[in-house]
Ligand binder design. Structure first.
Ligand SMILES: [Zn+2]
Length: 403
């Protein structure tokens, strides 16, 4: 472990924890559920203002077009908020990517809208841990980092997307574009455990909607002429469940379709999620699923239209990513923080960044817990703690630390 140098100690001392808390309180007071475009626009404004403290120019990027199948199987466009991008010294040789998300899982009509104090150092509130606190950590780590002379030789991009909680479908192309050519990436999801433990390897995730079109007929007069789309969808759900194994949990989640009791249903939409733990499991699934659809088309004499796919590839930890984890652990040790890690079943933008071959640690945000629930909390002293950790990691990467 390398001890803190005098310059590094000064860097850590410069972090303004009360200012961070002030920002988190203001940001958590704005509803920014992924579907609340007005709230997201307001958040983007607040963030653009806050990130103007850094060099470079803040821009808001239009979301990529995203479609979904509605209950009738029609492809409909899903509107999304704009994504915030800050580019600093884009011509530097060594560049980093820092990502966060401004959206939360709580829609505008959800009862959980207010922050409240659980005790003197624990704040309950929507998005406090996931991840408005994390955004403050990122910002203040960068503000500290910018005071170093070495910072001038490095560049970085900051992306704060508006759709992480629904899978980053409208920001995935931007994430891939920004990851390209980066030396390392840091993402500010909250720690995996309230003690600061980081998420290490992650499985992937895919979401599918499968539309089955059959032929309707009278249930009594000529059922033999009907082709039952609902039964085909149900058969598909059962067979998908049978394809499930330890490296590939499959969750058939919903079937829309059917009509009156005396009609053979000609239409159904099945939705399901998969969580491939490895790339091999993901590839095997794609091939098996394709075979299954062809079989169902034949056996049920229906036509099938499939929408969706694996949007979060599995995230194994390769040697360079492990070197980044080791660096974070060593920086923690120099700051008196014990940093461990464990595999996670969850997914995040770290999956997409790792898929571009860029080493990433994706839980650099605050310590907290109970995320995605009204019990969500942030441990307030972790704002300063984690900003110091990130600032030190950036400082040592800027100084030429290899991965
Ligand atoms: Zn999050």
């Amino acid at each position: 472990m390398k001890q803190l140098s005098i310059i590094e100690a000064a860097l850590v001392d410069s972090i303004d924890a009360p200012a961070m808390l002030h920002q988190v309180l203001a940001w958590a007071g704005v509803n920014s559920g992924t579907g609340n475009l007005a709230g997201l626009a307001q958040m983007a404004d607040l963030l653009a203002h806050a990130f103007a403290a850094l060099p470079g120019e803040v821009t808001l990027r239009e979301p990529a077009t995203v479609t979904a199948l509605d209950a009738a199987g029609r492809e409909v466009e899903k509107p999304h908020g704009r994504h915030l991008l800050l580019r600093v010294r884009p011509d530097a040789d060594r560049r980093f990517l820092l990502t966060g998300h401004m959206d939360t899982v709580f829609p505008a009509d959800h009862p959980f809208q207010q922050v409240s104090w659980i005790d003197g150092e624990t704040l309950n509130g929507p998005g406090t841990a996931d991840m408005k606190g994390g955004i403050a950590v990122m910002l203040h780590a960068l503000m500290a980092f910018e005071q170093l002379p070495e910072a001038a030789a490095c560049g970085y991009d900051v992306l704060i997307n508006s759709d992480e909680e629904t899978g980053s479908l409208s920001s995935a192309p931007l994430i891939a574009q920004l990851a390209h050519g980066k030396f390392a990436a840091l993402t500010y999801e909250p720690s995996a455990l309230p003690d600061g433990t980081l998420a290490h390897a992650r499985g992937g995730s895919g979401n599918y909607s499968v539309c089955f079109s059959g032929r309707s007929a009278h249930a009594g007069r000529n059922p033999q002429d009907g082709r039952n789309a609902l039964v085909a969808a149900a058969d598909c759900a059962v067979r998908l469940k049978l394809m499930s194994h330890a490296d590939l949990p499959v969750n058939p989640a919903k079937i829309d379709g059917g009509s009156a009791n005396n009609v053979v249903p000609d239409h159904a939409v099945l939705r399901f999620n998969i969580r491939p733990r490895t790339e091999a499991a993901a590839e095997a699934f794609l091939s098996d699923f394709n075979d299954l659809l062809r079989l169902l088309e034949k056996q049920h004499e229906v036509s099938i239209h499939c929408h969706g796919g694996i949007t979060r590839p599995p995230k194994p930890v390769d040697a360079r990513a492990q070197a980044l984890f080791d660096l974070v652990r060593d920086c923690g040790a120099a700051l008196g923080q014990t940093i461990g890690w464990q595999a996670s079943g969850g997914v995040c933008d770290g999956n997409n960044i790792a898929a571009c071959g860029v080493p990433v640690v994706d839980t650099m945000g605050v310590r907290g817990g109970a995320i995605h629930s009204p019990d969500e909390f942030m441990i307030v002293p972790s704002l300063r703690e984690r900003a110091a950790l990130s600032a030190l990691v950036l400082a040592r990467l800027a100084r030429g630390e290899d991965l």
